[in-house]
Write a protein that binds this ligand. Structure first.
Ligand SMILES: NC(=O)c1ccc[n+]([C@@H]2O[C@H](COP(=O)([O-])OP(=O)(O)OC[C@H]3O[C@@H](n4cnc5c(N)ncnc54)[C@H](O)[C@@H]3O)[C@@H](O)[C@H]2O)c1
Length: 352
């Protein structure tokens, strides 16, 4: 079957990685780039791809396209996604799916009504390290009844990261840009979230948006969790620095997520599983680190897997793994964190 032809909208930081991923993935190929800024010319020239200012121009020019990857700033996800649905084009929308839950719901419902696949770009869903953790915790329940979860997203962004204005304004900030990934990881591995409570601070960077937040989570399965994020913490405990997923981030062999239940505990991504001998459980006994039998290849790039999956969905060979609706659930939990932090740590119950 012919390759699925992809248009990447927004050739910025992640857009360029999507182009690279599509170039490497099976069953898909780049058709064109949409990028209104002068930088678009350079990217299109380097890739040897046609460049357009917007989707209307591209469609008018009859450029072949089967699907779109939307890698624009957050506020443009819903308008861009709706435009794709109207044009009958399946679309993978970068995370966060939308800049509000209401807007995200509008996008998801429009896609469902039109029968056009809308996927959310939570690429970690395609990461075998996450899949392995999900199998141990959720599917095989090797930790017993899950009781407690700890997620850390601590890193130091360089000051030049904030030269791009939207990243430090309303709609940007580490809760919407980074925490949404962590929340999606925890939902995927541990289960759905029932409620959240949060406090946040912008006291170090003094941007309009937060730089640090601390969060309490109640999962629907009864487990509790703590989650913390800071983009001004000189520390290795984040997915970015521990998963070896993106060569831009130097790797450390640490973990950023901890899961524990009545029978064991797991560090992710370094996959240390701790358990007691079956007949000797309890804190006066020795807890052992179990030898793991779940090797995963270190060099799988989830963005490439995601691009191939998008192609398979468009060709009708696969059902979307990370739908717009799933993205909406993670988005709702993320906005609940913001709402709680803005209301003195009020408990916010989720609806979706
Ligand atoms: N999945 C991930 O790990 C990941 C990583 C980084 C960013 N993101 C998400 O990707 C999105 C983009 O982030 P970024 O850091 O690449 O931002 P960026 O600012 O580097 O890139 C965005 C690009 O979109 C372009 N753009 C602006 N308006 C446009 C329009 N109307 N049409 C087409 N292009 C337009 C900009 O000129 C810019 O080149 C954000 O939603 C962000 O949250 C996801």
């Amino acid at each position: 079957m012919a390759n699925t032809r992809i248009v990447v909208v927004g050739a910025g930081l992640i857009g360029k990685r999507h182009i690279e991923a599509v170039n490497k993935a099976e069953g898909v190929e780049m058709s064109a780039i949409i990028e209104p800024m002068p930088s678009g010319k350079e990217v299109a020239g380097k890739e040897g791809l046609p460049l357009f200012q917007n989707l209307t121009d591209l469609l008018k020019a009859k450029q072949p396209v089967d699907a779109v990857i939307l890698a624009t700033p957050n506020a443009l996800h819903v308008p861009g996604g709706l435009e794709c649905i109207e044009a009958g084009l399946p679309v993978l929308v970068e995370k966060p799916l939308a800049e509000s839950v209401e807007a995200g719901r509008k996008l998801v419902e429009a896609g469902e009504k039109a029968g056009i696949p809308v996927l959310t770009g939570h690429h970690r869903r395609y990461n075998p390290l996450i899949a392995r953790a999900r199998k141990i915790v959720k599917e095989d329940q090797r930790l017993g009844k899950l009781t407690i979860v700890n997620g850390m997203c601590w890193f130091l962004k360089g000051d030049d990261y904030f030269d791009v204005a939207w990243r430090k304004q309303k709609g940007g900030g580490p809760i919407l840009i980074n925490l949404v990934h962590v929340i999606d990881d925890l939902r995927n591995i541990a289960g759905d979230i029932e409620s959240v409570q949060a406090i946040s601070s912008n006291g170090t960077r003094n941007h309009e948006v937060e730089d640090t937040a601390a969060i309490l989570i109640r999962f629907t399965n009864g487990a509790l969790g703590t989650l913390s994020i800071s983009d001004c913490a000189a520390a290795p405990w984040s997915w970015e620095l521990t998963a070896n997923e993106n060569p831009a981030y130097p790797y450390t062999d640490q973990s950023c997520y901890l899961f524990a239940g009545t029978h064991g505990s797991l560090a992710v991504p370094n996959n240390q599983l701790w358990r007691y001998a079956d007949d000797k459980r309890g804190w006066w006994q020795t807890i052992y680190q179990e030898k793991q039998n779940h090797p995963v290849s270190e060099d799988i790039d989830p963005l490439i897997v995601q691009a191939a999956h998008l192609g398979a969905v468009v060709r009708g060979e696969a059902e979307p793994i990370m739908t717009g609706r799933e993205g909406l659930r993670s988005l709702e939990a993320t906005f609940a964190v913001k709402e709680s932090a803005e209301n003195g740590g009020k408990i916010i119950h989720l609806k979706n």
